[in-house]
Design a protein around this ligand. Sequence first.
Ligand SMILES: Nc1ncnc2c1ncn2[C@@H]1O[C@H](COP(=O)(O)OP(=O)(O)OP(=O)(O)O)[C@@H](O)[C@H]1O
Length: 581
Amino acid sequence: MKEEKKASPISVLLGWGKPYHGKFIGSVVLAVLGVACQMVPYFCVAHIVTMMLDGEQDFSRYVTACMVALCGYLGKVLFSSLSTTVSHTAAYYTLRDIRWRLTGKLARVPMGTILDTPSGQYKTTIVDRVEGMESTFAHLIPEMTANILVPLVIVVYLFIMDWRMALLSLVTLVVGLAVMSVGMMSYPKKWEGAVKAGKDMANAIVEYIGGIEVVKAFSQSAGSYKKYSDAVNYNANYYVEWMRENQKTMSAYNAILPSVLICVLPCGFAFWLSGSLELSAFLSIVIFSLGLVGPIMSVFTFTDDLAVLGTNVEEISQLLNAEELDHKDTPVNLADTSIGLDHVSFSYDGETEVLHDVSLSIQPGTMTALVGPSGSGKSTVAKLIAGYWDVTSGSITLGGHELKEIPLSEIAAQISYVSQDNYLFNRSIRENIRMGRPDATDAEVEQAAKQSGCDTFIRKLDQGYDTVVGSAGSHLSGGERQRIAIARAMLKDAPVVILDEATAYIDPENEAVVQKAISALTVGKTLIVIAHRLSTIIGADNIVVVKDGTIHAQGTHDKLLETCPLYRDMWQAHIGANDQM
Ligand SMILES: Nc1ncnc2c1ncn2[C@@H]1O[C@H](COP(=O)(O)OP(=O)(O)OP(=O)(O)O)[C@@H](O)[C@H]1O
């Protein structure tokens, strides 16, 4: 991975396209054939001029030269379009593979990395940056090679004809190139700024849309959402300013580079008048030097791609090389579903420790409840057990094996994590529930829905189980979403179930059904429950009181009522609140 970071952007790019090297090479060969054909008309025209000057009277020779020129032109069209088709195919497959790698990577990086990164940034990297490399893959490799070859061959030919004229035909190219390189010096830095401006704008837009409910509720307009409007303005101003800065250089370059005849014509005349250059050679040189301009101008249309390549490759590599959760890939045989935390400390940001030296033992088939004040670290303990993050120090075991030794897929298969905001995908309810077990039949999906108290409300919907739930389940209420998430977990039927405030949004009317469903879901399982409503966990085998990132006390409900003043206070507050309801 480190090697990939050190390598040049082009070699990283070629590495990503490795499976399609054959296709890329094919596209280069076709592009070169296209170029060879492109040269034919120039030779033919030069040949016709020579024949005219020599007084050739045989009309058929002129026709033949024209036909050969036409064949060359058609050959160029054919080979170039074949080259483009092959290179685009290889390019799109390469982009697809990069996107697969990037999304696969997201599943292996700690949740913290993902949560701390604005989602707009991931969208920009996976969609825009990857897309930005399509033209590099599809055009840069074959066309740039071809467009460099044409002028090279022409220049060699010009040197063979007359070295003085060859040098003269290069003058404006060299000057134009020098002007261009001065302008390009600041390009990578400027592009970096443009990328940052684009990213800030994407993040602000995603945040703005995500918070649109708040914006509307508080009568905010787009303009008053300052972060968003600032980002949009900054982005526009940045490009306008950059364009202004570049204007002079670009105009100079566009004026100088194509004007090869400025030196070739007057000097050519002078040489011809002095008798040191034949008229036919002079005219051929004029024709060939004009042929230099097109390909060289085309080469420079790729300088943009080259300049932005480094930034794109760097951004994609950063995500591909992001630190992964430290887990082995070899499956292990778990003895049971016991869970152990041994002197676990944890920090989300590497600075502030939120769990301090936590040790806890959870027996298979038991119910453990985590209770404690808000922000004390209950969800953090649960998420570490589910393998969402790696511990900072200490260790966690599942079935006698350290979590690090267990492949992530195996942990995911062993544990169902149901939280208060389980995400629903913008698909049908049936598909959302089936995510718990992709091979479940329709009958099994509906059975799980019945057990978790969703069946009735689902059947009342127009499309029943085929109702699409909207983005993030927005067409459903919080309680309905939670019940679907519980149905999904029931279908998955994992031996360890973690319920993190899983019933927080469920209304009293449905609470009994859902509690019954949860009891069914958790029979014989190792259950970890986080619940603020203490009445739902009084039957737990072990209640763990978490306070300030440490285990303050643990035991049964009765024992804690006797021995733990904090628990007693929480219980009093709970029954007091219930009395008032
Ligand atoms: N993704 C995160 N990045 C940084 N800090 C976090 C993150 N998630 C939680 N924290 C912090 O870690 C601490 C423990 O949070 P945690 O969610 O585990 O508490 P909790 O006991 O479950 O709280 P609640 O009962 O309110 O859900 C808090 O100080 C919280 O601000």
